[in-house]
Design a protein around this ligand. Structure first.
Ligand SMILES: *Cc1c(COP(=O)(O)O)cnc(C)c1O
Ligand SMILES: [Zn+2]
Length: 503
């Protein structure tokens, strides 16, 4: 839609102006620093940073009603820079000029309602929001679109050049980082550190295909993270892990999209997320708070964070009901099918503690909950979801297993409508499905395949067939006829098909 065709009162707001005034603020000591520099932790106390808009109050001068119309009308624009996360420009990047925005098709992922079977089975009405339908097939693209748009902005301003972007990753961060960085080559190059044999073949192929330098490190993600921190403290590199507060900003778009998809009515809604490094839950909570404070939404949805029993430091922290007695203890993780969330010492834990407290206070009640789930239930629920029309990755399965657990514990009640985050595409983690189907899960996962969920290919080669076709070697004449007839018969027998008698 052309600008002149928008309603008169909305027209001045349709193209965002970049009148935000962003700063980094330390969560530990409140130190504020300018954003002209790439900064990841507080130069004074080393704590993580959040990005704040000193000019935030200006957004409150526009009513919630007008904001809702701005976002809804903005969807009709054809400007690429406003088609992704920057549809909500004022809320997540109000200093980034549109010509610096990197848009590769991220965001606005579909929200798909579960069929009757799944809703009966779980006893709750729910939808999957498929963040696997982002360009690199996980939600990490939201944060990278933000972080790389910011870098592109600095490059355009001439503040930086020849950037080497680095990250440690459980697989998806590096896929996203490498993809977005490659768009900005030759100004930006990327290097990624992965725990050796702890990412899937698909995840490994992604940064390789994007041309990143890929390093495989012994150990788990937490070890890679330490090395990346050492690199960022001693060398001139841009850190793209979720320590990078720009990534959190970009990931807030997930909340804005949910609000918009439900016509900004967040009453009796629940959002379920898996937790690894805790960047995602940080962003989602922060996003809903921003929409709430500006009147875009009138109530805050319930947030449910889910962790596997094999990597559950956040869940353990909140087991202690008395906030004063809570103590964060990093843990040693065990193998998990929710491999991208296999993190024992989440970088964003201070952000979680800060934001959960604020969220509950603003809600006037406890509104953030945490549950843990077994590896078995993660696999079973992701497979069952996918047998019912979904494309959930194991983390989507983890979210769904968490929802079922929360429903059983009455954390979620039958009237609520739930949005379940499937954080990546099922195909990225299909190796776990293979292990399930071929009964070859290593002992440490403690997973026993349920026969009803197992599915394997059936090779059809009737024993009485002397000749079968091969590539480059087709059958002809009677050989072909015989082959087709016998193979069809075999398949019909296998499926129990009855022959139709021709009239
Ligand atoms: C990164 C990731 C997670 C965990 O998100 P955090 O922000 O680290 O908590 C979950 N699922 C998938 C598919 C991921 O890539
Ligand atoms: Zn500080």
């Amino acid at each position: 839609m052309k600008l002149e065709d928008f309603p008169k009162d909305i027209r001045p707001f349709i193209i965002p102006n970049h009148d935000g005034d962003l700063i980094y603020r330390c969560l530990g000591c409140d130190l504020e620093c300018g954003i002209e520099k790439l900064l990841y932790t507080c130069p004074d106390c080393g704590q993580v940073l959040m990005i704040h808009d000193l000019n935030w109050e200006r957004l409150k001068k526009i009513s919630g009603e007008v904001w809702r119309r701005i976002f809804d009308y903005r969807k009709m624009l054809t400007i690429p820079a406003l088609k992704g996360i920057y549809l909500y420009h004022e809320f997540l990047g109000p200093v980034i000029p549109l010509d610096a925005v990197i848009y590769l098709g991220e965001g606005h992922t579909p929200i798909i309602e579960a069929n009757d079977y799944l809703q009966k089975k779980t006893d709750v009405r729910f939808y999957f929001k498929n963040d696997g339908q982002n360009p690199s097939a996980s939600f990490k693209d939201r944060g990278m679109a933000s972080a790389l748009s910011y870098i592109s902005f600095l490059v355009k301003k001439g503040v930086v050049s020849d950037i080497l972007a680095v990250c440690a990753s459980t697989g998806d961060t590096s896929a996203a980082a490498a993809l977005y960085a490659s768009f900005l080559q030759p100004h930006v190059k990327s290097a990624v550190l992965l725990p050796h044999k702890k990412v899937t073949p698909q995840q490994l192929s992604q940064p390789l295909g994007s041309g990143a330098a890929v390093f495989e490190i012994p150990g788990v993600f937490d070890d890679c993270m330490k090395i990346v921190e050492m690199l960022s403290e001693n060398y001139s590199v841009a850190l793209l892990n979720s320590k990078n507060a720009w990534r959190i900003l970009g990931q807030e778009s997930y909340s804005y999209e949910i609000a918009q998809a439900f016509e900004y009515n967040m009453e009796e809604k629940v959002v379920v997320l898996p937790i690894g490094n805790a960047g995602n839950i940080t962003a989602v909570i922060s996003g809903f708070l921003k929409f709430y404070e500006t009147g875009v939404i009138d109530s805050l949805p319930k947030i449910l964070g889910v962790q596997s029993e094999h990597a559950n430091p956040v869940y353990r922290y909140y087991l202690e009901p008395d906030a004063a007695n809570r103590k964060f203890v990093p843990m040693v993780v065990k193998s998990s099918v929710a491999q991208a969330a296999m993190i024992g010492n989440p970088v964003s834990m201070p952000r979680v503690i800060h934001l959960v407290d604020r969220y509950n206070r603003k809600s006037g009640r406890q509104n953030v909950f945490f549950v843990e789930v077994s590896e078995q239930s993660i696999m079973d629920w992701s497979l069952l979801a996918n047998r019912n029309g979904h494309i959930a990755c194991t983390h989507g399965g983890e979210s769904l297993a968490g929802l079922v657990t929360a429903r059983e514990q009455n954390i979620v009640d039958g009237n609520e409508v739930v949005i379940v985050d499937s954080t990546a595409h099922a195909l990225k983690f299909s190796g776990f499905q293979d292990m399930y189907f071929s009964q070859s899960f290593p002992e440490e996962f403690k997973i026993t395949p349920a026969p009803g969920l197992v599915n394997t290919p059936i090779y059809i080669h009737p024993s009485d067939l002397a000749k079968v076709p091969a590539s480059g070697n087709p059958l002809q004449g009677n050989d072909l006829k015989h082959f087709v007839k016998r193979t069809a018969e075999e398949i019909a027998k296998n499926l129990g098909l009855k022959k139709v008698t021709k009239a």
